[in-house]
Design a protein around this ligand. Structure first.
Ligand code: SF4
Ligand code: SF4
Ligand code: SF4
Length: 192
């Protein structure tokens, strides 16, 4: 039923892609604005997470001083395969490819799945529900295109002098960078 409702209101995939890219740009700009205030501005630097180094160990969820963590799952839609079987969304032993809670990988149900057109589906992360656990990121990077990845959300991060996650990260994926370039967005490398 949910898939049928989405199908009736679906837009062509290229329109979804254009829409999603606009969304990604807004996210990046909003994050930069968030990084331009408070103690981070005075220090002139922020903590940045390199998704190419991240091994999805889970410490981004458990070691941030904030609960839930300031690290969130980001999505580069232009890299996504819009797969019917998304390894970032479905449990390996899912009984059916639908949005039943028993089929979902994300422990908080933070990823929304929407039918686009056969066989494509769009996956959207609800940041408020995301704890930065990296479970979906591991699934997407192991079997998919790697379009899901972690980043520090600078509208949430309080800019600790010594980032507790950076200290615990086994992959040395954190480093301090100028606040003008706080994000490393997959598919948009070199942009803020
Ligand atoms: S602590 Fe490091 S390796 Fe672990 S999830 Fe965070 S960035 Fe990835
Ligand atoms: S699986 Fe973890 S990292 Fe991915 S959306 Fe859910 S809470 Fe966020
Ligand atoms: S600097 Fe502090 S608030 Fe920001 S991600 Fe690291 S531990 Fe969390």
């Amino acid at each position: 039923m949910a898939d049928q409702q989405a199908k009736d209101s679906s837009m062509p995939r290229r329109e979804v892609l254009k829409h999603s890219l606009r969304g990604a740009l807004v996210l990046g700009v909003g994050g930069v604005a968030g990084a331009l205030s408070g103690p981070r501005r005075r220090e002139g630097a922020v903590w940045q997470l390199d998704p190419a180094r991240c091994t999805q160990c889970g410490r981004c969820e458990t070691h941030c001083v904030l609960k839930p963590s300031a690290v969130k799952c980001f999505h580069t839609y232009a890299m996504c395969g819009y797969c019917k079987l998304c390894f970032g969304y479905f449990r390996p032993a899912a009984n059916a490819l639908n949005a039943g809670a028993e089929n979902q990988l994300c422990p908080t149900g933070a990823i929304r799945r929407r039918y686009v057109e056969d066989p494509y589906h769009e996956y959207t992360v609800e940041e408020d529900l995301c704890t930065g656990c990296a479970i979906c990121v591991k699934g997407c990077n192991t079997f998919g295109n790697g379009s899901l990845f972690l980043q520090v959300d600078h509208s949430l991060c309080v800019g600790c002098n010594e980032c507790a996650i950076a200290k615990a990260c086994p992959a040395e994926a954190f480093r301090r960078v100028p606040l003008e370039t706080p994000y490393l967005l997959k598919g948009r490398e070199g942009e803020a």
